[in-house]
Design a protein around this ligand. Structure first.
Ligand SMILES: *Cc1c(COP(=O)(O)O)cnc(C)c1O
Length: 388
């Protein structure tokens, strides 16, 4: 089927929720992708930070196929080894005590929200249910996570939204002002991704942490995008030197398969009991096998490589004409430019480079294993398109 035919079918039969770019992703190797007609693309997007090790990674494929050859799904009525092994790995590497598995970022956050409210209910009884999130945040598209998302533009059509969510400026003062006696949790992204690749300030986050600890308000860190090596640490909270109570993650966790994880630290260890939450697909053994393969290879050496590539990209991006500012952490980069970001992204695509946008910025999320020559080719195209 040609691209034109695929596009026609897509437009006829798929709900029009996505403004797609003009290409079909067909196959590839690492950070190099091809469309159906053989056109080559350097990938600075990883399918929105999902394909951690690019596409067609042999070790990852072997792990996934080995599990496919055993059993593809069992449901959570039974024990499966990949899920148990992955939970152990996540706890050992983060200090979390328990993990709940789901299939996406929104679901991982949904579980975080439920766990926070239950923690407070168990300890203080009814009424202490408020959750404070940040302005300009993004937490997902379900009703609860959409409510948690601190962007007015997204709070349309679907009324009524959930009760008990409040939005703060991304500072300690901002958060303190919005918290009340009824607040059970503060939820934040350490680098706001969809909101424009905006890292929070370390000192502000540390003060928010201290304030939360003092008032027994749970600190939930949404690492759906920043997690799993993306920022050059396994999880961005390590970079910030804080101790969260709940961490949610998804995107890059399973290297391209749908998997969400909500990590519960000490305070929340016993909050979720039998029947309190659940998911039919959550923690699917194939996805978990993929995630184990990714996590095992996300060692010190690879994380240092991510930091090195990040520094290299920061330097070169900062020199491009018409780039006002480079923001971000690790291989999660934002470019403030004097041009229209969507138009730049479309022109990059025409010239063989996949980039993303976030608000009015260009957003770069290359595979963590991207090669030096792929980075250079991508930077060259970006330079041409932005500086022209
Ligand atoms: C992408 C994202 C989500 C939502 O994840 P889905 O898998 O699309 O549900 C939530 N939070 C953050 C920070 C994200 O980047």
């Amino acid at each position: 089927m040609s691209f034109t035919e695929t596009k026609k079918l897509d437009e006829k039969y798929i709900a029009g929720t996505y403004k797609r770019f003009e290409t079909e992703i067909f196959e590839g190797q690492g950070a190099t992708l091809y469309s159906e007609d053989g056109k080559k693309y350097i990938d600075f997007g990883s399918g929105i930070a999902v394909n951690s090790f690019g596409v067609n990674d042999q070790i990852w494929k072997d792990a996934v196929i080995a599990q496919l050859n055993k059993v593809q799904h069992a449901s959570n009525l039974y024990y499966t080894r990949p899920q148990a092994e992955l939970a152990k790995l996540l706890c050992e590497r983060t200090g979390a005590k328990k993990v709940f598995f789901s299939n996406s970022g929104a679901e991982a956050n949904e579980c975080a929200i439920k766990a926070a409210r239950k923690y407070s209910f168990d300890k203080y009884g009814e009424g202490r249910y408020e959750i404070v999130t940040l302005k300009n945040s993004f937490h997902g598209r379900t009703m609860a996570t959409l409510t948690a998302t601190g962007q007015d533009a997204m709070h349309k059509y679907f009324m009524p939204f959930l009760d008990g969510f409040f939005y703060a400026e991304p500072t300690y003062e901002g958060v303190r002002k919005v918290c009340s006696k009824k607040t059970c949790a503060v939820m934040l992204e350490l680098v706001q991704g969809e909101g424009g690749v905006r890292p929070l300030e370390i000192e502000q986050v540390k003060e928010i942490e201290l304030f939360c600890k003092k008032n027994d308000i749970l600190l939930i860190i949404d690492e759906v995008q920043t997690g799993n090596g993306r920022t050059g640490k396994l999880y961005a909270f390590e970079y910030y030197g804080i101790q969260p109570d709940i961490v949610s993650t998804a995107k890059g966790l399973a290297g391209g398969l749908p998997l969400g994880a909500t990590m519960l630290f000490e305070k929340c260890e016993k909050v979720l009991g039998a029947g309190d939450h659940g998911s039919t697909f959550g923690g699917n053994p194939v996805a978990c096998a993929g995630a184990i393969s990714i996590l095992k290879r996300l060692d010190k050496e690879l994380l240092l490589e991510v930091q090195g590539k990040s520094a290299y990209m920061f330097t070169h991006l900062g020199r491009i004409k018409n780039v006002i500012k480079v923001t971000g952490l690790g291989l999660m980069l934002g470019l403030e430019i004097t041009k229209n970001a969507r138009e730049v992204a479309e022109e990059c695509l025409r010239r063989g480079l996949i980039v993303l946008t976030a608000k009015d910025k260009i957003r770069l999320l290359p595979p963590l294993t991207i090669k030096k020559d792929e980075i250079d080719t991508g930077l060259k195209i970006l330079n041409e398109v932005i500086s022209e």
